[in-house]
Write a protein of this length. Sequence first.
Length: 128
Amino acid sequence: MIVKGVIYTDLGEAGGFVQIDWVKRQFQEKLAIDPFPGTLNLRADDDESLAHLKSLREMAGIEITPQEKDFCTAKCFRVLVEGKVPGALILPHVADYPVEKMEIVAPVSIKQTLGVKDGDLLSIEILP
């Protein structure tokens, strides 16, 4: 499954989230990713990618389980960004989370590694 999205800058809160000890540990144990302190935000901009994102929300995925009451569960899927950068797509279990929004965590800065910027289109392969 391939989803495409346009890079954009969001609130900047995910960088701190992925560095919380229990979150970082679960990414390492469950996904073999030592997360870079931040996520890449993408907005799906075509009907096929939106349909794929909706179907992913119905699939099992790999759960990141909160160990503090103020956090939610997140579902993750292993991905390959532009066929080069391994990572994970994060879908938080939040009622009003935008259906077109994707957050990608990786062991490196995806923007720096791929030389991309806000407004660029990326292809994300969802791995089995």
